[in-house]
Ligand binder design. Structure first.
Ligand code: SF4
Ligand code: SF4
Ligand code: SF4
Length: 501
């Protein structure tokens, strides 16, 4: 007989005075939590299936529902928390590897929250972004070391291919297959409207989205799904994914049940077959091998597009980045250990990698020390949550950031962290037609555009407060940062002083 040791994590409270038995909650929950019993003429629920996605709470017309964290407690102690006990019970039940979505939730330091920005007072006056020009435009790609001029004084230095962005933000790689068609359409249209880029992830590019090519980064991952010459030439840049923050050192797995219809055609693999990306690229075992792939992709795209190499932030990230900068790559993307994804093994997600703030500072410092910082642009991701995180990342040395989870939150995601189950009640991380249509791409596009408009304004305000009128002047300007509650080692790696000093 099966032991039922796990008490539901959430409790659903239904206010009987408010409930009108409309059964909206029943229809909206893909997890079959709510039901109506004719005999007692009442709604009932099975709390154990609830993932706290808030869909029913948001759509209940009388606000009759409330979800609370269960007040039931195990006999926990400082060593054995309820989370660890629950995870152990689950594995004893199933014998399986635990999966989680949406990034590392554990209680490690968030360095962005321990860094404060400067503001001008008295001298070096602040700038009013409403009345004076502020430049948030950035160009990503290798820059020439010197600017050479011809006899007529004109610049003759040849600029390698660049990405031009209206603000230092891009939507990070999230594949069609892990995300729904409507989520991808929302991202592509918002990237076009804002003048930034979105990223195909490793699932190829749906034929309907080739029209957004000039705002698209096409990804080449170890599985090479959906990669062909037309694909490589359709985007504005090509990204080689060597690793990702949510699961450094391992590959990806989209179950065969999700490889249907357009997803199978776009990935160029048979319906029903598992899409497994191997942990390594089987043709890359050194920087020289990586260089071969970088130049193969440049050759295939006529040397017209920058090549990005994306890696996870790991212990020796600065040395790895130094090698990549010498490999011919134009942009390095670094994904911190908080990086989100649809499905990652819980242990890899929670215990592998390093914080993006430390990785970024150490990479920027090393590339500067080696005199090769201008050979590459740096893009960082892994839980950029607000415009303040962006400003701090740029001041630590980033040219631009990638956002993934924040973009999905704008689309309605409630961080229930069960994307791997394929039953996203908000129509984002699902391929079930009834659920996909819950995300209206017109609304999704508008909400993403609103978020970027708001962040751009806030970035200008923070820059203006520092007396800086161009994002280029902020890049790597660590004098604008101070740490609070950080020790000497942390301050040393971040290259900043403690507040008050
Ligand atoms: S949606 Fe609200 S009002 Fe309708 S049945 Fe559910 S709890 Fe009752
Ligand atoms: S899983 Fe979501 S929709 Fe279903 S009961 Fe829980 S909060 Fe409501
Ligand atoms: S995308 Fe959907 S399934 Fe994933 S965390 Fe957000 S709401 Fe949950």
């Amino acid at each position: 007989m099966a032991l039922n040791l796990i008490y539901p994590e959430y409790e659903i409270t239904r206010n009987a005075d408010r409930c009108i038995n409309c059964r909206v909650c029943e229809r909206q929950c893909a997890n079959d939590v709510h039901g109506y019993i004719d005999e007692i003429e009442r709604m009932v629920c099975d709390d154990s299936k609830c993932v706290n996605c808030h869909r029913c709470v948001s759509l209940c017309p009388t606000r009759a529902l409330k979800i609370t964290k269960s007040g039931n407690t195990y006999k926990e102690n400082a060593n054995w928390s309820a989370r660890i006990i629950n995870e152990l019970y689950k594995q004893a039940d199933t014998g399986g590897v635990l999966l989680s979505g949406m990034g590392n939730p554990l209680d490690y330091p968030v360095y962005f929250d321990k860094i404060l920005l400067n503001a001008s007072q008295v001298t070096n006056p602040s700038i009013d972004p409403l009345r004076e020009p502020m430049e948030t435009k950035v160009f990503l790609g290798a820059k020439p070391h010197n600017i050479e001029r011809g006899e007529d004084g004109r610049i003759v230095s040849k600029l390698p291919p660049q990405l031009s962005l209206s603000m230092p933000v891009m939507f990070s790689a999230m594949s069609y297959g892990s995300l729904s068609y409507n989520a991808h359409e929302s991202l592509a249209r918002a990237a076009e409207a804002v003048g930034i880029y979105y990223n195909t992830g490793e699932g190829g590019l749906h034929e309907n989205f080739y029209q957004y090519g000039k705002n698209t980064i096409v990804q080449v991952a170890s599985g090479r799904f959906g990669v062909h010459p037309h694909y490589l030439n359709s985007g504005a840049a090509i990204e080689i994914k060597m690793g990702q923050g949510a699961k450094p050192g391992i590959g990806g797995h989209l179950p065969g049940t999700k490889i249907v219809g357009d997803i199978s055609r776009t990935r160029m693999i048979p319906e029903g077959s598992d899409a497994i990306s191997p942990a390594p690229h089987h043709d890359i075992y050194s920087i020289e091998d990586l260089r071969q792939l970088v130049y193969s992709l440049k050759e295939a795209s006529g040397y017209k597009k920058p090549v990005i190499v994306k890696i996870a932030a790991v212990h020796n990230v600065a040395a790895i980045a130094s090698g990549i900068a010498r490999s011919g790559a134009d942009i390095i993307a670094i994904d911190g250990f908080r990086g989100g994804t649809g499905a990652a093994p819980t242990r890899m997600q929670g215990h592998v990698g390093i914080p993006i703030e430390l990785a970024l500072a150490s990479v920027d410092t090393r590339l500067r020390d080696e005199g090769i910082r201008d050979r590459v642009s740096l893009v960082v991701g892994g839980s950029i949550r607000s415009s303040a995180d962006i400003v701090k990342a740029v001041a630590l040395g980033a040219d631009c950031v990638y956002i993934g989870t924040a973009a999905l939150l704008a689309l309605g995601c409630h961080l229930c962290r069960t994307c791997y189950a394929g039953k996203c009640n908000w129509g984002i991380a699902t391929q079930m037609p009834d659920l996909v249509k819950r995300l209206n791409p017109d609304l999704g596009f508008q909400r993403l555009t609103n978020l970027m408009t708001a962040w751009r304004h806030e970035i200008k305000e923070m820059m203006g407060g520092m007396g800086i009128n161009s994002i280029e002047s902020l890049k790597g300007n660590r004098l604008m940062l101070r740490g609070v509650g950080l020790n000497e080692t942390e301050l040393g790696i971040l290259g900043i002083r403690h507040a008050g000093g």
